[in-house]
Design a binder for this molecule. Structure first.
Ligand code: PNW
Length: 480
């Protein structure tokens, strides 16, 4: 139906849908406006600006809180089927708890949802894309088991207030990045750096929180609202540097279990629970390090059952493939730590580069990841909930155009050659935005945003023009 480029296959199956994504903290701005309270990213950027590449923050960002109608114009120009965005917890619940619902927060998202509906753009909405209320972080955030209840309460408010307009939900964006980067390291806020400990407390709580939110929707809202709920899991996909070498192959599998399997195995396998190799490796390392108990333990039977099967689709965020270069402890690994627990050394795959050090272009890795997901997780229906490329600040973004052509071709290959059930695709991101600790130095957008101009003008890059031209040509009848 819709052509993508020069490849073995050029047409996606009937019903395949396309969208673009953003996240609240990266675009909204209005950080302390109309009742919104401080979140962990506000705190980090305000108190430790030296941790952000260009010293910027999300105070204004793309000012989408005030300019959301411009966003909807851009989406309309691109001709997308759906728009993935996230809700700001501290804008909706300024105390972090459900005792006080902020009417201006509810009004804002309703206005955005209404503007999308007018253009026939479906919302795909993430409840949590990293901007935890600081009030909850003060209580331990995702290391506090009560956050399971607080997240369920927050979900309840969102399902209740917006569930008539939102039929597709994502509970949590990229649990690995939350637990490992934010609690086990300093790569994301709150930058706790509790390596080997906080990261695993987080995963226990975050998986339970996701499951409770799913069950809540299932029991209380699905009968009348008829929507779906999924989780989006990020994968750096690991491959053996020598595919003929059995040890390398085993190490790559271990690395994938530690990265993707950490959160996918408990939800998408028949047996449930954390991957066996994780439980074993962490137990072994913990004992050697002198801990009285393993730093990560298997869920009990109640929670294994409660977490299993709690996602209507497998949401995959994918950007890059890395090569395994050998067994042994990575010299940069802290002790104790997730990285040390994996027992494998990784390195970047060769491939075209981007503005992000971690992002190399390896579309074959994407195809292998999708085949692996099919065989590891019972052939789940899949949505690609993020995929994208950072440029070095140009409107002539040939690198991005090439990236999307190649990665979309990889999807076509696995759909037609391997029967992988990919149902939809989301590009990251609509417009250049606050790229976390990289500030505004790694633009991923179809639109350039000039943050030096107070009007924050948005300009379509070449990639945006090409998408717009193709979508309106090949898919007539789309909202223009
Ligand atoms: C995602 N990796 O993060 C996030 O969901 C977005 O908010 C972010 O802007 C986007 O990707 C671009 O970075 C990722 O190392 C962080 O593979 C790390 C990786 C991938 C995605």
């Amino acid at each position: 139906v819709c052509h993508t480029g020069l490849a073995a296959y050029t047409k996606f199956p009937e019903g395949f849908t396309f969208g673009v994504a953003t996240a609240s903290h990266q675009i909204e701005g209005a950080w302390n406006v109309s009742g919104k309270s401080e979140n962990v990213w506000d705190r980090l950027t305000h108190t430790r600006p030296e941790m952000i590449a260009d010293g910027t923050n999300g105070d204004v960002a793309c000012d989408s809180y005030h300019r959301y109608l411009e966003d909807v114009e851009e989406l309309t120009y691109l001709g997308v089927d759906f728009y993935r965005f996230s809700l700001s917890w501290s804008r909706i619940l300024p105390t972090g708890f459900s005792d006080h619902v902020n009417p201006d927060g509810i009004r804002y998202y309703n206005a955005l949802l209404d503007a999308l509906a007018e253009k026939n753009i479906e919302p795909l909405v993430t409840l949590f894309h990293w901007d935890l209320p600081q009030s909850l972080q003060d209580l331990g955030g995702w290391t506090n088991s009560k956050t399971v209840d607080y997240f369920r309460d927050y979900s309840d408010v969102c399902y209740r207030e917006f569930g008539d307009k939102i039929k597709s939900w994502i509970t949590i964006n990229e649990p690995y990045e939350v637990c490992e980067d934010a609690y086990g390291d300093i790569k994301k806020a709150p930058a706790l750096d509790s390596h080997g400990i906080g990261n695993y407390l987080c995963s226990d709580n975050l998986l339970k929180a996701h499951a409770e939110s799913y069950h809540l929707y299932n029991e209380k809202y699905r009968p009348t609202q008829n929507g779906t709920v999924m989780i989006s899991i990020n994968s750096i996909w690991y491959e053996p540097s020598d595919p003929e070498n059995a040890e390398q192959v085993a190490l790559a599998e271990t690395a994938n279990q530690f990265k993707f399997g950490w959160f996918a195995h408990p939800i998408f396998t028949n047996e449930g629970g954390y991957p066996e190799v994780m439980i074993e490796n962490v137990a072994k390392q913990s004992a050697a390090e002198g801990f009285s108990k393993p730093r990560l333990e298997q869920f009990d039977d109640y929670w294994i059952q409660r977490i299993k099967g709690t996602s209507d689709f497998l949401g995959i965020n994918h950007y890059a493939t890395h090569l395994i270069t050998g067994p042994g402890i990575d010299p940069i690994a802290k002790s104790p730590s997730w990285l040390k627990d994996t027992g494998s050394i990784t390195s970047l795959e060769v491939g075209g580069d981007s503005a992000s050090e971690w992002l190399r272009v390896v579309p074959t890795g994407f195809a292998n990841l999708l085949r692996w997901c099919k065989s590891s997780y019972n052939d789940p229906p899949i949505y690609i909930t993020e995929n994208g490329f950072s440029d070095r600040g140009t409107l002539q973004d040939y690198g991005r155009i090439q990236y999307y052509n190649d990665y979309l071709s990889a999807i076509l290959d696995v759909i037609y050659d391997d029967g992988v059930r990919v149902l939809g695709y989301t590009a990251w991101t609509l417009m250049d935005n606050f790229e976390w600790r990289a500030g505004f130095t790694e633009p991923f957008g179809f639109y350039h945003v000039d943050i030096t101009d107070p009007d924050l003008p948005r300009t379509p890059k070449l990639s945006a023009d090409i998408i717009a031209a193709r979508r309106h040509r090949d898919c007539p009848g789309r909202a223009v």
